[in-house]
Unconditional design. Structure first.
Length: 420
């Protein structure tokens, strides 16, 4: 098998394709075929790059210090490979106004979730430091937004690979605090997010091509918001059976990354030569499955120290009503309620514990969903960016609807919450 890292990524001109099922045809327009081709190639590339990142992670990361120092460099190094292939496509498509830096910056500003994971850990470290300095006790206030600092600078630092100063921030933590923070990282979820970020490079590339009048025949994913209702209707014995294929084919054309549509096809018609051809083309169910598990990683720093700290704390006058091992893990983007203080340790709820897996994994993993998560169609190429790293309103002195702040925001054109 050829090494995809050595392949040349160039302009692809799609062709109309036809798939048949029980005498009915699913016609794929040439523009949509172009999109599917890019989506498939970049998934293969993203998997290779995230696998390489995983190997580096296992070889270099074994505690909080090495995580803070090495992970951003690992992440950025392999993201550069994927971004470089995207730029190759852009150039072959006649789009010349993006460098590796500007393309990566745009990608990080919009749909990357691994960056959020890293910054969450950074802010957890800073909160713990503050408690150490102030010798505070008891439950403390929540983090609020993970992006209350100058997140624009943070993103740019991540782009530039400037991480030494971030790694230095762990020096004032105790060994016990470092171990407990490190144990909050679930590596297979983190690298799953990394894979998704790499694959979603194709979204950023397609957005840019659409801005330059490239037609991908993509529909608005809002048109499939009633998929659950349709699913129930199809299962109703009164639903006209001759219409089932027509309805499902229509939904595939609206959003080819909606995994529930293929599941309905599979449940209704089984795995046949015809359905297999459709599934293979749209890489189902591969796009709907996680690619990493906890068996891909080992943590060399044992939980025993943290367990000992629990025992010590039980013998003290500290509040032990919250056991760190039994806290319900949440998405790293959900920091409401559940922040804890444990022997001087401040950590956001479920830091890195659940992952987000935005974009490339299908609708069930993010609102908006799939590789259409950014609604890359016409003028609907927007999503709610309020509260994210790119949001300028969140970095101002007030989080109110400030039209002047929004006007100066680089994400204004892509955000549904901007104030005109």
């Amino acid at each position: 098998m050829a090494n995809i890292l050595e392949e040349s990524f160039t302009k692809y001109e799609g062709k109309e394709k036809v798939f048949s099922l029980n005498g009915k045809n699913l016609v794929i327009p040439a523009g949509l075929d172009t999109f599917i081709h890019y989506r498939t190639k970049f998934r293969e590339l993203a998997k290779v790059c995230s696998d390489n990142a995983l190997q580096e992670y296992n070889a270099t990361v074994n505690n909080l210090d090495t995580f803070m120092e090495h992970f951003p460099k690992i992440y950025h190094r392999h993201l550069n490979v994927v971004a470089g292939k995207a730029i190759d496509v852009l150039i072959s498509e006649g789009v010349y106004n993006f460098s590796a830096e500007t393309f990566t910056k745009r990608h990080l500003d919009s749909i990357c979730v691994t960056l959020n994971d890293y910054e969450t850990m950074q802010q957890s470290i800073e909160e713990t430091q503050e408690l150490n300095y102030n010798n505070a006790g008891g439950i403390v206030k929540g983090l609020g937004s993970f992006f209350t600092r100058n997140s624009g600078s943070f993103v740019q630092g991540f782009v530039d690979g400037v991480t030494d100063s971030l790694a230095d921030e762990t020096k004032s933590l105790t060994a016990e605090q470092k171990i407990e923070l490190y144990q909050r990282i679930i590596p297979h979820k983190l690298l799953q997010n990394t894979f998704v970020d790499y694959w979603n490079v194709v979204i950023t590339m397609v957005e840019i091509l659409q801005e330059n009048n490239k037609d991908f025949c993509l529909n608005d994913c809002d048109d499939v918001n009633d998929i659950e209702a349709i699913s129930q209707s199809i299962k109703n014995p009164n639903f006209p059976q001759e219409r089932i294929i027509d309805v499902l084919f229509d939904y595939i054309l609206k959003n080819p990354t909606e995994e529930r549509v293929y599941k309905l096809l599979q449940d209704k018609f089984g795995i046949t030569e015809e359905t297999s051809a459709i599934f293979d083309y749209f890489i189902y169910p591969d796009f709907a499955n996680d690619i990493y598990s906890e068996n891909d990683f080992t943590k060399e720093e044992s939980l025993s120290v943290s367990k000992n700290s629990q025992s010590e704390q039980s013998d003290s006058n500290h509040d032990t009503s919250t056991d760190y091992q039994t806290i319900e893990t949440q998405s790293s983007a959900d920091n409401s309620g559940g922040d804890i203080l444990k022997k001087g340790l401040k950590i956001g709820a479920g830091v890195l514990a659940a992952g987000l897996a935005l974009g490339a994994m299908g609708n069930q993993r993010t609102s908006g969903g799939g590789l259409f998560g950014n609604k890359i169609s016409g003028n609907s190429n927007k999503k709610d960016l309020f509260g994210t790293a790119v949001c300028q309103r969140c970095q101002s002195s007030t989080t109110s609807m400030n039209r002047y702040t929004c006007i100066g925001c680089p994400a204004r054109a892509r955000c549904t919450q901007n104030v005109d």
